[in-house]
Design a binder for this molecule. Sequence first.
Ligand SMILES: [Zn+2]
Length: 229
Amino acid sequence: MRMIMAILSSALLLLVDEACAQSTYSVSISRHASLKEPLGAKEIRNILKDASTMLQKNSESNGDADVGCNVTFSLKGPIRTFGSASTSTDIVDEQHRDAVHKIDSNVAGVDFHIKIVKEIPFCRPGLQGPFDGCSFPIHFRSIIVVDPSEHKDSLPTNVKYPDHLLWAHEFGHLTGLPHRHSKVALMTSCPVVKLLSASRVQVDKEECNCLLGGPGFCPLPAAVLNCQP
Ligand SMILES: [Zn+2]
């Protein structure tokens, strides 16, 4: 009897584990020196907090197509600056892109790195830029994103660029997630700014498994879906 109880309770524990699966990722941040209004530590912490809250959704699930995904991002270490104020990152080809991915990749004890730049003209062969974010190729565990101040001219004055969606979307790619055609999915094939009209940005159960598994956990498909207007 005692044996059966022990087996039962360990099975229960496994169930609980599955339901409460959670992952916390530490992130290092570096900004390019040419940014005129670079994000500060407080703003960066807020973006990471908003990205975590958006994914967790108070653990409320609307079914397998729209789950609360218990992922938390936290800033680690000091925010670094790279490059010089008078030069651009010139991400015009694979070599320049990889050079930016490699910057500060020696920061120890972090799960992935974010580099904030002015513009990303090139990300992946065959894709038409410019891009708001680039995490390809994913083995660098590095995400390049455009500073929100660079979007100001293209957005109405009362609209704030959704950095938390961009950063979480690019992290999704790092875990191996591809795009999908959807106006409400975090992994939308369209610019994430379009998700501002969604009442709840969706992550499905399979995507959440990749996000919980972390960088490189799922195999990134070779084909890329482009936005269908
Ligand atoms: Zn994408």
